[in-house]
Structure formats: C-alpha cells, structure tokens
Design a protein around this ligand. Structure first.
Ligand code: ADP
Ligand code: MG
Length: 312
C-alpha cells in the first residue's frame, strides 16, 4: 500500500553552490522518484541554509557597490531561494519521472508561512545559514554586527532568527495539487516568513524558519502517514561524535525528549529534526517520522534503516 509522505530535504540534497546543486538534484530526484515508483504520494520540502546565505551575501554586496539598490530583506532572500532551488528540483524531477515512464506533473509553490512577531525566536538568533567560517572570520562577522554560532562541531556560520511556523498561507493550493496526484515542492527553506499587519496585508519577517518544523506543519495539514527527514546521517545517535556513540533505530517521543534534554542533539541541526519528528508522531495515532540518509529513503520507508519516531 502506498503511503502519503512529506519529505524534508537537507543541505546535502542540494549542495552549497550553483554547480553543486545542478549535480546534487539528480541524485535527489532519483531518491524521490524511487518512492513515487513504489506507489507513495510524495510532497517535497527543502532547506535553504547555504543558498539563502549566498543570496543574502550577494544582495548585500550589490547594495554596497550600488547605493541605488537597497538591501534585500531576509524574507525576499528566502523567496529567491525557493525560486531557484524549486527550478532545479522540478527540472530534475520532471526528467527522472519521464525517464521512468511516470508522467506526473511537478510544480514549485512559492509558499508564505505565518509566524508570530512575538515569537521568542526573534530575540535570539539560532539558525545557521551560509558557508562555514573559521573562528577568526566569525569574529570579524560578529564585529560587523552579525550573529554567528558554532554549527555542530563543523565550524562557524552566520545565524538568523528562527521563529516557529504557525500557518501555511498557500495550504489550499498545495492540497489541491497533492489531491490531484501531482508532485508539489512547497514550504522551501521553511517558507517565506510573514506576519499579518493592517487589513489583509502580510509583512515579510527578517528570519528563516527551520524547514524541519515547516515540513512537520505541512505533514499535519496534509494529514500524511509519514514525515521523512532526509539528511547527511543514516541514523540519529546519542553521544554523537564521541567514543561511546550509539546509533538509534527506534525512538518513542518520551525517549527522544529525554535524550534532547540531556543535550544529545545539536541545536540548529539535529535537535529541530528530532523535535519535528516527535511533534508529528504525537499529532495523531499511527503517524510515523523517520530520519535517515537521502540515499536510504527507499530502504528507510520499508523499515530497513534510519531512526523512526513513533508512539509506543
Ligand atoms: P540538514 O542540512 O539535513 O538540515 P543539518 O546539518 O542541519 O542537516 O543536521 C544534520 C547533522 O546533524 C548531521 O549531519 C550531524 O553532523 C549532526 N548531528 C548533530 N547531532 C547529531 C546526533 N545526535 N545524531 C546524528 N547527527 C547529529
Ligand atoms: Mg538543518
């Protein structure tokens, strides 16, 4: 029986540069098409950390060189990233589907996601974006007024506010595509963060929503069976990167919360994935979340690998 799935694609599904992304999306398209070929209904969410960082840097450089070009707000940078990542992904997916005789339409939905302007996330930047830096480069960034953080033992990165997603503005459009059996790429980069102001106006917020939380919300809204978070590790570990490291195959929400409280999952990387997985698993009976490698998606959904989170 085919399942209804929301997939959240991590950084390794897209690479960090334009040429890397062109190549990476072919592997990503194969992994997604495997699931569609197996009879599953798939909706795709992707991250945008490196891309939104790159676009932000490009737009900032432009405004420094040409004073007539004002700085692009972070919300606009996310919109740009949705467009260009969506283009590469839908192009590669269309090709892979057609190569396998699956004539399934694919479309990217530019998605706005409502956030609460009073969200505590706005007070403390926590979401790493852009390329990795040395500690010296990070210090220089900090001097220029940007927040920086150490990212899961891999180096320093800029970081921005990351409020929680409250509502998906274009949900009816996405649902219509999904119900018609079409492949939607939505909530890219966590969605363009917006909040209501006067009248019917939605104002862009200077933040980047975590794509794992946006994917979780979309999974609930579409009432799917599984939320699959595809990343750069096959399983979640406790004592990650330490000699006593232990890979986990199954987790209950209670166990996950206990390990999270003990600090086993790095903030801004594995922690939001585990939190999103727990939230989805607890949102209704029978719902399962899975965290695994992009290349292992097919095996993971068949229950052969990855870390699954479900209620006991
Ligand atoms: P993505 O781009 O897929 O969102 P992230 O880099 O944000 O990926 O997060 C995944 C990374 O989190 C893994 O590649 C790993 O380096 C790191 N990580 C931190 N803590 C853990 C843990 N407890 N178990 C597994 N991976 C972890
Ligand atoms: Mg991430």
């Amino acid at each position: 029986m085919g399942k209804r799935i929301v997939i959240a694609l991590g950084g390794n599904a897209l690479g960090s540069t334009l040429p890397e992304q062109m190549t990476a999306v072919r592997t990503t398209a194969r992994a997604i098409t495997d699931l569609i070929e197996d009879g599953h209904q798939v909706t795709v969410v992707h991250g945008n950390g490196p891309q939104v960082g790159m676009i932000n840097t490009a737009m900032t450089t432009l405004s420094r060189e040409d004073r007539s070009c004002p700085m692009a707000p972070m919300s606009v940078c996310t919109a740009m990233s949705q467009g260009y990542i969506g283009y590469d992904l839908q192009n590669a997916l269309r090709e892979e589907l057609r190569n396998r005789g699956l004539n399934r339409p694919v479309a990217t939905v530019l998605t706005q996601v409502e956030v609460d302007p009073k969200d505590p996330g706005f007070q403390r930047p926590s979401k790493p974006i852009g390329t990795f830096m040395s500690e010296e480069e990070a210090e220089e960034m900090r001097r220029r007024g940007n927040a920086v953080m150490e990212d899961a033992g891999r180096g320093w990165r800029r970081c921005v506010a990351s409020p929680l997603p409250k509502a998906i503005v274009e949900i009816d459009v996405i649902r219509t595509l999904v119900d018609a059996g079409q492949v939607a790429i939505a909530c890219g980069g966590g969605g363009i963060p917006v909040y209501p102001t006067e009248g019917n106006h939605l104002k862009g917020a200077g933040a980047v929503i975590d794509k794992d939380f946006a994917a979780e919300l979309l999974a609930e809204e579409l009432n799917v069976d599984s939320l699959i978070i595809l990343t750069a590790v096959e399983k979640v570990a406790i004592h990650f990167g330490k000699p006593q490291q232990q890979w986990l195959t199954e987790l209950t929400p209670e166990e996950a919360r206990k390990y999270a409280a003990e600090g086993h999952f790095a903030p801004g990387s594995m922690l939001p994935k585990v939190q999103a997985a727990v939230k989805f698993a607890e949102s209704a009976p029978g719902r399962t979340a899975l965290i695994t490698l992009l290349e292992k998606a097919r095996e993971g959904i068949a229950g052969k690998t990855g870390t699954s989170v479900r209620q006991a």
